[in-house]
Design a binder for this molecule. Structure first.
Ligand code: GTP
Ligand code: SPV
Ligand code: MN
Length: 641
């Protein structure tokens, strides 16, 4: 930190005027203090990107992040002094942040894709139907709505410039982004979730990068009362994606996917479009490997909607002896077919932003170990001795001792109300994970043997089934549904369609997306088998039929044996089901195969009808005929069962 003083310099007036001449089309005199870093050494395109936004947002200074630990410590110290972060004494370098309670989840209703042509972003929905597969905004509206919000939005604040790589720096499957933000919490979180480093500038050179703009929308002096030292503008949140320009504009929220733009905005929505253009896949999937007692290792990618178990499965502690699981990623997979015809996946992220409630030493000990150091917790409860607490940890704390809830209230286990917000999260480096795969940062990725879809389905849906082939598998993914969760702004539990677990993260027309999935099936390629799982089926008393968590290895094992073409499956109208007794249930009590695997005709008759109607209504003429055929065939099989 020694030479911080010496590094202070300014963008000179001439530099800014040069930019103004070329890029800004007028001659306002913008002077901005460079708090840290050497502006003159940045790639030209990055200078332009910064200058344009300085001109509009009027920050009091710019801070070029280098990703170093000194930088982390300097920013952390300031945030602790301000009160935005509370050190958690019980652990090493861990902190608690509490948001303004109005800013706690992704805001899907205010998230848009902006393209000249509407149907590049969203499908042709049937007349009178409200489309839920993405939201489009026209370019003119986006320009006006942005201008309304961004003019002067960083006054009195520092604009941080974050160079980051999604995927290992310089890797063939990796991509570079630059995020501008006026929120230091975002800087600290981004350096956990992505690879932030000044090396990025060298790798970038005059190449392309994804332009990520973020502002909390709270210029000083603030207009809105700041709660919990968490400035934001929740009433005017707006998140726009410009896939043609590879650009993101996020305003008003500091939380999660709204503000850590490398995650959903870049790695799913923008990357989804890049992937379509370049012939690969950007998906809401965990990646894990499982090694059986014979020492055979397989790699699996699994797509479950938000808060439906990806982090848990990615870090599974297998209950069966002799099995080893290792984690490559818990939320996003970028997958591309290699020369050898195998599908290879990388985890573009560098950290976990995991759901806290429900995580415990019993359900996910690996996640608990991962967040014992260098972690930022947001909206969880805190114990008297500077430890964490959330729903699900009741057995891990002294029930008599008071807990401070995420809202700052005093509270005890057993009392009414909740200690943590249902979408409270831990943000920790993936390298903390005790079972992280040695190849998790390999630039070539890992070869995927199986793809799994799944959701929270309390009724009717078997524990596991396999698709008949790739096309049928894509139809199963397109038909994915789940009970809503707290990761977005929805209230109450309802079964909602979440095709491919991507409904909130689509960056282009969902019909084209499905066609893209069909198109990657090409001769000479080794297509992974596709499965569907459901850990959440309930019995008549409303209890889970399946113990889940570490016991899910039994299902994973069945899947791996199917990858090896073992004769343990039999056809049903909805796909291949495990033959009786082929899933190991030894050591489990009260398991009813009958209840777990039944395919009730009435339920599925209604389900296929509803799903087909949904896809027809929502994607209209964009629905690939292959998918419609698959739906019709499935309907016929169900009718004839
Ligand atoms: P995002 O980070 O939002 O994308 O979510 P995720 O898919 O990673 O979800 P996560 O693994 O964090 O799971 C969230 C919730 O699902 C937690 O409350 C878990 O306790 C619960 N859960 C996960 N796996 C199982 C399971 O096998 N059985 C049951 N019953 N619950 C589970
Ligand atoms: C999800 O909602 O799927 C998440 C959390 O992974 S967030 O990054 O906030 O989108
Ligand atoms: Mn997610």
């Amino acid at each position: 930190m020694g030479n911080r003083g010496e590094r202070r310099n300014s963008i000179t007036e001439t530099e800014i005027e040069d930019k103004a001449d070329v890029y800004l089309n007028d001659r306002d005199h913008i002077e901005v203090h460079v708090v840290k870093g050497d502006f003159t050494a940045l790639p030209e395109k990055v200078k332009e990107f910064i200058a344009e936004n300085v001109k509009v947002c009027r920050p009091k200074g710019i801070y070029l992040c280098d990703g170093s630990e000194e930088e982390r410590d300097e920013i952390t110290e300031k945030m602790v002094a301000r009160g935005l972060l509370t050190p958690l004494q019980k652990y090493d370098n861990c902190f608690l942040a509490r948001t303004d309670p109005a800013d706690v989840a992704r805001v899907e209703g205010r998230t848009f894709t902006v393209t000249k042509e509407k149907y590049a972003s969203v499908p042709h929905v049937k007349e009178g139907v409200k489309g839920i597969l993405g939201q489009w905004m026209g370019e003119e509206d986006a320009r006006r709505e942005s201008q309304n919000r961004l003019a002067g939005c960083m006054k009195g604040r520092v604009m941080y410039v974050i160079p980051f790589s999604m995927g290992p720096v310089g890797g063939a499957l990796s991509k570079i982004g630059v995020q501008l933000t006026d929120f230091n919490y975002v800087v600290l979180s981004m350096r956990i979730m992505t690879r932030v480093s000044s090396k990025i500038w060298d790798v970038l050179g005059d190449g392309e990068f994804v332009r990520c703009f973020h502002s909390i929308g709270a210029p000083r002096p603030v207009q809105r009362k700041v709660i919990n030292h968490w400035p934001c503008d929740p009433e005017r949140v707006l998140i726009c994606h410009f896939p043609d320009e590879r650009r993101v504009m996020s305003y008003g929220s500091g939380y999660g996917g709204n503000s850590l733009l490398g995650k959903k905005c870049f790695a799913l929505r923008i990357a989804g479009r890049i992937a379509k253009d370049e012939g690969w896949l950007a998906e809401h999937m965990l990646i894990l490997s499982i090694t059986n007692p014979k020492g055979e290792e397989k790699f699996i990618a699994a797509a479950f909607p938000s808060a439906c178990g990806k982090t848990n499965m990615a870090m599974i502690t297998p209950s069966l002896p002799g099995y080893t699981a290792r984690c490559i990623g818990d939320d996003i997979a970028w997958m591309r077919f290699g020369e050898d015809g195998r599908l290879r996946a990388i985890n573009p992220e560098a950290g976990f932003f995991g759901v806290a409630p429900g995580t415990s030493t019993k359900t996910n000990p690996v996640a608990m170990k991962s967040c014992m150091k260098d972690t930022i917790f947001t909206n969880v409860g805190m114990t008297e001795d500077g430890g964490i607490f959330w729903e699900g940890m009741e057995k891990e704390v002294d029930r008599e001792k008071p807990i401070t809830t995420w809202l700052g209230d005093k509270w005890k286990v057993g009392m009414e109300g909740k200690a943590a917000h249902p979408n409270s999260r831990f943000c920790c480096p993936a390298s903390n994970c005790p079972i992280i795969h040695p190849k998790w940062e390999h630039p070539d990725g890992v070869p995927i043997d199986a793809i799994i879809f799944g959701g929270r389905r309390p009724e009717g849906v078997p524990l596991v089934y396999e698709s008949f082939d790739w096309q049928h598998g894509v139809m199963i993914g397109a038909s994915l549904k789940s009970e809503t969760t707290a990761a977005a702004e929805f209230k109450g539990k309802q079964i909602m369609h979440d095709p491919m677990a991507m409904r909130p993260f689509l960056g282009y027309n969902f019909g084209d997306y499905l066609q893209h999935w069909l198109d990657v099936d090409q001769p000479g390629r080794h297509m992974p088998k596709i499965f569907h799982v459901n850990w959440f089926r309930l019995n008549e008393q409303g209890k889970f039929l399946w113990p889940g968590f570490s016991e899910n290895v039994r299902v994973i094992d069945w899947i791996c044996r199917r990858v090896d073409n073992e004769d343990i499956a039999e056809p049903s109208p909805i796909g291949l089901l495990p033959k009786s007794g082929s899933i190991c249930t030894e050591g489990l009590s009260g398991i009813s195969e009958e209840e777990l695997f039944s395919v009730p005709k009435d339920y599925w008759t209604e389900d296929i009808k509803e799903t087909k109607q949904f896809l027809i209504d929502q994607t209209g003429c964009d629905l690939p005929s292959v998918i419609l055929d698959e739906l019709n065939k499935q309907q016929e099989r169900i009718e004839n069962m």
